[in-house]
Design a protein around this ligand. Structure first.
Ligand code: NAD
Ligand code: WQD
Length: 344
């Protein structure tokens, strides 16, 4: 049984599909603060399998202990947390509470229940402004906002837990820019309020919910002067988690295979795309133009960021397969069939 915190969210719902399709049993633990139970109904519709859903908050250790015991969990994938960079600057305590305290409570509950395997959602944001590209896992860590620092703190906590007990199996996955949706068009990203991220914003312009996109900055030192990122299809990302689980399961502690006991791995494609590249790919996917205007840089943004994905291939045998075209096509299929997200 795999216990998925935050499993109703954007990335979590996609991992649930891949887990169920691979034959795992799944329990989702989510407080639905940024998601809808409907996502999990759709996950079951896509896979034809049931999953167990428990409404609960990761800061509640007793609720976690009960849920872990009830579900007979073998491993945890921990997505639950808050993720809006701007909001983390105005509400830092809330971010440290949900993200850091939530993870502490989860680790305590896992200890009580003797569960020793965890995959954690970290972020490329822990690297801060890149000092070299592509970004390898040993790049210095220098997050520039409370959200990023919460991820960095959790990583340090996990490394300390591992040092205290090297028989624990931990995989820290640093995602670059997850976008796209499942190709069924039934699940996808459904941000509350005004989207912060590029692709969900473009999707809402494409479907007519918003008038035009602001391109934050056209004076970057990049080929077309707009920001460059490593966009990765959410289904590729989900498959990376399955690979991580498989590798953690096969670690042989008898052989003292300790270098693999706490892995930190980038999940990206290794390819950078500019804001204009994404707009053009989306226009192709939806068949009409996306109105946009140039606007000043967004505070805290960096010019270029893309992963070195070689370690992921070496250690997990994983490589992203899906192109920017597929990301936009699948995002558009989801958005056009569900113009208001999960809301009917
Ligand atoms: P999301 O907001 O869609 O999903 C997070 C889920 O966690 C939601 O269902 C929410 O209701 C739940 N949740 C939040 N706080 C909780 C709590 N205290 N207890 C229980 N449930 C709680 O976000 P996502 O995009 O699916 O991201 C999943 C994880 O991946 C997050 O940890 C995020 O920081 C990380 N991440 C996301 C991105 C991205 O661009 N989407 C990039 C890097 C890392
Ligand atoms: C991408 C590019 C913007 C919106 C954030 C978090 C990061 C991670 C992923 C969680 C940039 C430009 C965007 C818009 C625009 N999340 N843009 N107009 O900033 O790379 O990363 O999400 O861990 O931590 O910081 O992603 O999608 O917001 O921006 O021009 O309306 O699109 O300037 O160049 P970002 P993004």
């Amino acid at each position: 049984m795999i216990f998925v915190t935050g499993g109703a969210g954007y990335i979590g719902s996609h991992i649930c599909v891949e887990l169920l399709n691979a034959g795992y049993d799944v329990t989702v633990f989510d407080n639905f603060s940024n998601s809808s139970p409907e996502a999990l109904v759709r996950v079951q519709q896509i896979t034809g399998r049931n999953l167990q859903v428990i409404r609960g908050d990761c800061r509640d250790r007793d609720a976690l202990i009960t849920a872990l015991q009830q579900s007979q969990t073998n491993a945890v994938i921990h997505f639950a947390g808050l993720k809006a960079v701007g909001e983390s600057v105005s509400k830092p305590l809330n971010y440290y509470d949900h993200n850091v305290v939530g993870t502490l409570r989860l680790l305590e509950a896992m200890q009580v229940c003797h569960i020793r395997t965890i995959v954690f959602s970290s972020s490329a944001t822990v690297y801060g402004d890149p000092v070299h590209l592509p970004i390898t896992e040993d790049h210095p860590l220098s997050p520039t906002n409370p959200y990023g620092r919460s991820k960095w703190m959790i990583e340090e906590i996990l490394r300390d837990v591992y040092r205290s007990d090297p028989s624990i199996r931990i995989c820290i996955l640093r995602y670059f820019n997850p976008v796209g949706a499942h190709d069924s068009g039934l699940i996808g990203e459904d941000p509350q309020g005004i989207p912060n991220n590029l692709v969900p914003f473009i999707a809402q312009v494409a479907v007519g919910r918003r008038e035009r996109l602001n391109i934050w900055g056209n004076d970057y030192p990049t080929p077309d002067r707009t920001g460059v990122r490593d966009y990765i299809h959410v289904v590729d990302l989900a498959i990376g988690h399955l690979q991580a689980l498989a590798v953690l399961k096969n670690i042989d502690h008898e052989r003292n295979d300790q270098s693999f006991g706490c892995m930190t791995v980038n999940l990206g494609t290794g390819q950078g795309h500019s804001v204009l590249d994404v707009i053009h790919a989306y226009e192709k996917a939806c068949g009409h133009s996306i109105p946009y205007q140039m606007a000043p840089r967004r505070s805290g943004d960096i010019a270029v960021c893309y992963a070195d994905p070689q370690f992921a291939y070496k250690i997990l045998g994983w490589k992203a397969q899906l192109s920017l075209e597929a990301m936009c096509r699948d995002s558009w299929r989801w958005q056009s069939r569900n113009p208001n997200g999960y809301q009917k």
